[in-house]
Design a binder for this molecule. Structure first.
Ligand code: KIV
Ligand code: ZN
Length: 523
């Protein structure tokens, strides 16, 4: 059996639609906001990954959101580009205008349907909600034939009422029906039963695609997503690295690899090029400053590491003993020992390509190459992770402030003193400070050169690879009023790495201030 969809045409029953909401649900969680360039980079990487739909933002939320959805719609062509809207004329108009230039554009309108949300959040009677569902979908269809409707808090909605809502949405033009588990409350068996029930009972259900959207508050987002597929859902809403409100959304890489690895059970395919999963995950981590935890499935540093002797022995005899999928199938490269100080520019370029860095401009490649040469002089072996760390560092936003030089004086006898060379909005300046240790001195010197009110909320250092000559990767979280930003830096010198991370965070804070972004910690 196949299905005729306004954006996808005929799609066979075994094909699952991957709807990525990293740039909307993911981006709206504290600390994860991205600027326009970063969103465009992510959108291009998601398109190359093969997602079917990119939810690019919530156009009515702010001018910045509108502009990023508009630009993604204009410049990223393969996937359907989607804008989120409440069931209000202003929201739908903003979403309609933002997706106008898309080759294929979708409006995703939503309203809460659970008793709790209708009573306390919307302060509306169920009949009014039904009217707004009809309005939201009809109005959205004025802009596009591809309209998705979501029942916010759908999993906690009374089944009878949910059926009436879904019927109203379909009757008024929705072509995709999404039932979110907004608060991550449902269990897999409930999720399967919910979709089975809707498909059996709602008139017109056979004319639409059902979609599942799961939050991870109880750690069940991926399980619930797979269960929803068994109940008849055909679209999966998910995010890279599982980012999203509170505990996050279902992780794209986990759902996709579960479907691929357990094709025997689910019998479903996706359009995802799985060897790109790792590089997209890393791109997101670089842009947002949040690394995934080492034991994160698929993309965590330890996801394919076999530490115990028994496991290593098994792997050597037959990889299948302890590996259910190959590391290469998700983008890990077999050997990670790479270039030396005699490696040339061409080898460096090849390596960048193999690591998934395909959209770098010449200037970034050149400065990254110079840094690689300097690192190869300092360090015995340069690994893939070293190259990733220094390229990621080069691609971070240092539009306002950048570090040019750092000199360190200290030891057991004298207090640590750091002299910094910076460029602030294109103007070179120098600053020095004494501190309780070199990192403290470096941060104080940055404060001398660029006075600010932000306070340090988190400081952490990790090693990129093993050994005493390993590069340090530092994360700095700054707080200014209700705004929180994370910055990252890496370098073979821990103090330089820390200074870079602090400056990266300051740059992000300045972008937020300029965009007049709301303070996240309030409300
Ligand atoms: O979790 C949720 O309910 C949502 C909707 C807006 C789809 O993100
Ligand atoms: Zn959500």
């Amino acid at each position: 059996m196949s299905f005729n969809h306004p954006s996808f045409g005929q799609i066979s029953d075994d094909r699952v639609i991957i709807f990525d909401t990293t740039l909307r649900d993911g981006e709206q969680s504290p600390g994860f906001s991205m600027n326009l360039d970063e969103k465009l980079r992510m959108a291009r990487a998601l398109a190359a990954l093969g997602v079917d739909v990119i939810e690019a933002g919530f156009p009515a939320a702010s001018e910045g959101d509108f502009e990023s959805v508009r630009q993604i719609a204009e410049h990223v062509h393969e996937p359907v580009i989607c804008g989120l809207a409440r069931s209000a004329p202003r929201d739908i108009e903003a979403a309609g205008k933002a997706i106008k230039q898309a080759k294929r554009g979708r409006i995703h309108n939503f309203i809460s349907t659970s008793p709790l949300h209708m009573k306390y959040k919307l302060k509306m009677e169920p009949e009014r909600v039904l009217e707004l569902i009809a309005f939201g979908n009809k109005e959205s269809r004025r802009y596009t034939d591809d309209v998705e409707w979501s029942a916010e808090d759908g999993s906690r909605t009374e089944p009878e009422f949910l059926c009436r809502c879904v019927e109203a949405a379909i009757a008024n033009g929705a072509t995709t029906i999404n039932i979110p588990d907004t608060v991550g409350f449902a269990t897999p068996d409930e999720m399967k039963a919910l979709f089975t029930m809707l498909k059996e009972r709602v008139p017109g259900a056979e004319k639409v695609i059902f979609s599942t959207h799961n939050h991870n508050d109880l750690g069940l987002a991926v399980g619930n997503t797979l269960a929803a597929l068994e109940g008849g859902a055909r679209q999966i809403e998910c995010t890279i690295n599982g980012i999203g409100e509170r505990a996050g959304n279902a992780a794209l890489e986990e759902v996709v690899m579960a479907l691929r690895t357990r094709h025997d059970r689910y019998g479903k395919t996706t359009g995802i090029e799985t060897p790109r999963l790792l590089s997209v995950s890393r791109l997101l981590a670089t842009i947002t400053g949040f690394d995934v935890q080492p034991n994160k499935a698929i993309v965590g540093r330890n996801a394919f590491a076999h530490e115990s002797g028994i496991h290593q022995d098994g792997i050597l005899k037959h990889a299948g003993t302890y590996e259910i999928m190959t590391p290469e199938s998700v983008g890990w490269t077999k050997t990670s020992l790479i270039l030396g100080k005699h490696s040339g520019r061409a080898a460096f370029r090849d390596k960048l390509k193999a690591l998934g860095y395909e959209d770098l401009d010449e200037e970034t490649i050149n400065t990254a190459f110079q840094r690689f040469k300097a690192l190869a002089d300092q360090k015995k072996s340069v690994y893939d992770d070293d190259v990733r760390a220094l390229v990621d560092d080069e691609t971070r936003d240092h539009a306002h402030i950048s570090l040019t030089t750092l000199e360190l004086h200290g030891g057991t006898r004298d207090a640590a003193r750091v002299v910094l060379g910076l460029e602030v909005n294109g103007v070179p300046c120098e600053a020095s400070a004494v501190g309780n240790g070199p990192v403290d001195a470096a941060f104080r010197a940055i404060g001398e050169a660029f006075p600010h009110e932000a306070t340090l909320a988190l400081f952490s250092v990790a090693n990129v690879t093993e050994g005493t000559d390993a590069q340090a990767r530092t994360t700095v979280r700054l707080q200014e009023g209700g705004r929180l930003v994370d910055g990252q830096g890496s370098d073979a010198d821990t103090v330089v790495s820390a200074a870079r991370a602090y400056i990266h965070a300051l740059n992000k804070l300045l972008v937020k201030r300029q965009r007049g972004e709301p303070e996240e910690l309030e409300g």
